[in-house]
Design a protein around this ligand. Structure first.
Ligand code: PMP
Length: 394
């Protein structure tokens, strides 16, 4: 029977990882895959994670199943981290998922369950996996304009015009912070305008927040999510712990559903548990438990926040260095957007041909849409990248 299977398109980013590995040049620079790397190119286990793992090893005396929605203490800690006191806790249903991807997938399934004909508005561009999962589930995608190729900022008027075509029963997918792949983000006033459009159209917001703490700080990065959740009757939030806790392979994420009242929350909570049961039964626990331990222990939390802040500031420093270097070499301010962008990524805004030229001539690897992982740089490689960009005439 399996002869009917067709080859699936290879994941472009993973193919890039392979090509980078096979490149013999020792001057090569990897700006491809979306993981944080320190100045020596390592993706370290965070100190608080190590400490929590140690304690867990000493104290954990059973690995019996948790609940279908995961350990409630994880949900409490994460709802607090993401939503703060923006909405009453008893309005929020939440279920642990395998990573942020699992949360996104469960959210889409939930939407399809509730409204098989819902259209999902997604930013153009967005994280490619959004599109891929929606296509796989056979759901209707409506792209909204997002990135301005000239300014490399948000094409805000176009975005609003497109969102105004949403209707009740549609869902608008928004990146809570640190937009992937562009790095361009809405400011506070622009978020207010998006909220007003959502209120007017009746479309439901779904927020994907995968980089809290990587942009302007833990609370600042959650501010938009909190505002949206507090202002609209319903809201879905898919959060990932992969990046801000550095626990990529532990598959730790959570899906939250904000309701108008505690009675509705009960139905939501049961539905989230049901959906987990259908897809994988119990969610992974190890990463979720570490996150809970860190967030609920004062000393561990302080150490985690300090390390996360170092990570954030190191990326910000690289952005500023790169923008300054490009300013010096090009004699123009046209790369200033790199210092304005936030998070791990920036879209350089050049052609696939130029991206290929940078790879062939300089061993610089970025995704074909010119997304660069800023964390792939260090103080020594920034001037090399800047020179290559200017020499290529970008
Ligand atoms: N959403 C976005 C926008 C992302 O960039 C990512 C990570 N690449 C995720 C969700 C999910 O990450 P994970 O499944 O590794 O937690």
């Amino acid at each position: 029977m399996f002869e009917t299977l067709k080859a699936q398109p290879a994941d472009k980013i993973l193919a890039l990882v392979q090509a980078y590995r096979e490149d013999p040049r020792d001057t090569k620079i990897d700006l491809g895959v979306g993981v944080y790397k320190d100045a020596s190119g390592l993706t370290p286990v965070m100190r608080a994670v190590k400490a929590a793992e140690h304690t867990l090893w000493e104290q954990q005396d059973s690995k019996v199943y948790t609940g279908l929605a995961g350990d409630p203490a994880f949900a409490d800690a994460m709802v607090d981290l993401v939503l703060g006191d923006a909405v009453p806790r008893d309005h929020v249903a939440a279920a642990a998922t395998p990573g942020g991807t699992g949360a996104v997938r469960q959210a889409f399934e939930l939407i399809r369950m509730a409204r098989p004909d819902a259209r999902i508005f997604v930013s153009d561009p967005t994280w490619p996996n959004h599109i891929s999962i929606l296509n796989y589930l056979g759901m209707e995608i409506v792209p909204y304009r997002y990135f301005d190729d000239e300014t490399r900022g948000v094409a805000f008027d176009a975005m609003i015009a497109d969102l105004e075509t949403a209707r009740k029963g549609d869902v608008v997918l928004l990146h809570g912070c640190c937009h992937n792949p562009t790095g361009a983000n809405l400011n506070a006033a622009e978020w207010d305008a998006v909220i007003a459009v959502l209120q007017k159209t009746g479309a439901v917001p779904m927020i994907d927040i995968a980089y809290q703490g990587f942009g302007d700080g833990l609370d600042a990065d959650a501010a938009a999510t909190r505002k949206v959740a507090g202002a609209l009757p319903e809201c879905l939030i898919a959060a990932s712990c992969s990046k801000n806790f550095g626990i990529y392979r532990e598959r730790t994420g959570i899906l939250m559903m904000v309701a108008q009242d505690p009675q509705t929350r009960k139905l939501h909570q049961d539905t989230l548990a049901f959906l987990n049961r259908q897809n994988f039964s119990f969610p992974p626990d190890h990463g979720a438990r570490l996150v809970t331990m860190i967030l609920t222990d004062e000393a561990l939390r302080a150490d985690w926040q300090a390390e996360l802040e170092d990570v954030r500031l190191s990326m910000l420093g690289l952005r500023e260095q790169l923008a300054a270097e490009l300013q010096k070499l090009s004699g123009s301010d046209r790369f200033g957007f790199l210092a304005q962008h936030r998070g791990m990524f920036s879209r350089l805004g050049t052609t696939p041909e130029m991206v290929e030229k940078l790879r062939a001539d300089h061993g610089i690897y970025m995704v074909g849409d010119s997304r660069m992982n800023i964390a792939g740089l260090n103080a020594q490689t920034v001037p090399i990248l800047a020179k290559a960009i200017v020499d290529a005439g970008i």
